[in-house]
Design a protein around this ligand. Sequence first.
Ligand SMILES: [Fe+2]
Length: 222
Amino acid sequence: MKKLLETVELEYTFQFKLRKVNAIVPAGFKPFFNNLPIDPYMKGKYRSRRLSRFTFEGEELIKLPHGYLYQSNQYNPLVGNLKREFAELEDGLVQLDIFQQLIMAFADFCHLHPEAEIGVHQIRTSCSPNNFGNPAPEGIHQDGTDFIGIFSVDRDNIQGGQTHLYTAKKEKPVFNKILQPGELLLVNDHDFFHFTTPIKPVTAAQGTRDVFVLTSPSLIYD
Ligand SMILES: [Fe+2]
């Protein structure tokens, strides 16, 4: 008699998900993107950013001390194996309810360990008629972390900036979408490569794309 194959329920971990958190109205973040220092590690001055790291103590969001960002050049061929330092997020931003809700949503959706460290990158990519902006100058890549969240804050006078996820660098993307303000894309960094296409202005003026990129672990060190 033929033996039936046993089926085993495998533990499920998520691969990627797109969420909209209605309580988080992204317009509240916008004023804090007007005072971002230029990223000194990028050629061209089209990217500006701040960076901080956080953890939770119970329900309370705790900001951790300043540190430096480090990725190996296996993950970041442009600026890997380099200690990078950025200005901290502004206190007024960190104190916003919507900011705390965003970090909590990321932690919840990714089922992070209660003591996990979360890096928060506040990034503006700018473009003008003569200079396109490149949100992912390193190309199709992984960050070298466990979980990534990309939260779209604003798209002002831009076209392009489509976010792609790939299971392998030479495959077609399994996800391809312009993230609209208020949308949060969650990605398991072990399973996917990510990329965002360049942006250019719609009209003959400057254009900007504002996002928060959250990672856990933070890749930030003392
Ligand atoms: Fe990345």
